[in-house]
Design a protein around this ligand. Structure first.
Ligand code: FES
Length: 105
């Protein structure tokens, strides 16, 4: 199996905007929201990066994500209330998220 070089990855598919500071970055539809932010110089809080610790948990104000793991560490109620885990979530549309601790590097 050949691992694709980063330049072989799909181009920008979706845009992610971060409230309240208006930071934004692109997602290629392959990497997680956390990874996409890091690549663009936008740091979101994180720790485990595998969907268990909930350090990255923040609000998905609008847009759609899919998870790369079957059981991300969120309850059904939390998902219904708009919480999501950027470390294991992949953008499926443009996203508006709320993360007051996001920082531009
Ligand atoms: S960094 Fe641990 S759940 Fe996202």
């Amino acid at each position: 199996m050949t691992i694709p070089h980063s330049s072989d990855l799909p181009a920008v598919k979706h845009h992610v905007s971060v409230l309240p500071d208006g930071l934004h970055f692109a997602s290629n539809g392959v990497d997680s929201v956390l990874e996409s932010g890091l690549r663009a110089g936008v740091e979101l809080p994180s720790s485990c990066r595998n969907g268990t610790c909930r350090e990255c948990m923040c609000r998905l104000v609008s847009g759609k994500v899919r998870y790369r793991i079957d059981w991300p560490g969120l309850s059904a109620d939390e998902k219904d209330e708009g919480w999501f885990l950027p470390c294991v979530a992949i953008a499926q549309s443009d996203l508006l998220i709320e993360q007051p601790f996001a920082q531009a590097r």
